[in-house]
Design a protein. Structure first.
Length: 153
């Protein structure tokens, strides 16, 4: 791990905390859609949204533990999640399945962009472990985007 005065480690931690916030927010949104989806594709979408929520939830602890392994603190509250997330809330309970799919596709695409933006930060900080995890998490988010995009066709 590089411990230089160039703030590379702090930039990575800040980015990881933003990624953590996005995962929390996307988990909640995906579960919201899982609970509220309706219509002729209910069963398939209900199950897909739940599968995606479970995958996203599984990454939350790993991201937080990377921050802690870097010797820093993680997010501490719903307010800190909201302050650091790029994922917009969706409080609607009766939105169309297509709107749900499109929002989740776009949110996951934004997640892919955030993940890819963290790669150079991990490299500058000399953090090979985070660098490798980012590849795995990017692949997972890209797969969610693909599934959501194909379902919208």
């Amino acid at each position: 791990m590089v411990e230089s005065g160039d703030n590379s480690k702090q930039a990575l931690v800040s980015g990881l905390n933003g990624l953590l916030a996005d995962h929390f927010a996307l988990f909640i949104k995906t579960k919201n859609f899982h609970w509220h989806v309706a219509g002729p594709r209910f069963r398939d979408l209900h199950l897909m949204f739940d599968d995606q929520a479970i995958e996203i939830h599984g990454q939350i602890d790993l991201i937080a533990e990377r921050v802690r392994k870097l010797g820093q603190g993680t997010l501490t509250s719903i307010g800190s999640i909201a302050a650091h997330s790029q994922i917009k809330d969706q409080d609607g309970k009766e939105i169309s399945a297509e709107t749900m799919l499109a929002e989740l596709r776009d949110d996951n695409a934004a997640m892919v962009n955030r993940l890819k933006g963290l790669k150079p930060l991990a490299e500058r900080a000399g953090d090979n472990a985070t660098d490798g995890l980012l590849d795995d998490w990017t692949d997972m988010a890209e797969q969610r985007v693909w599934f959501l995009s194909q379902t919208l066709k």
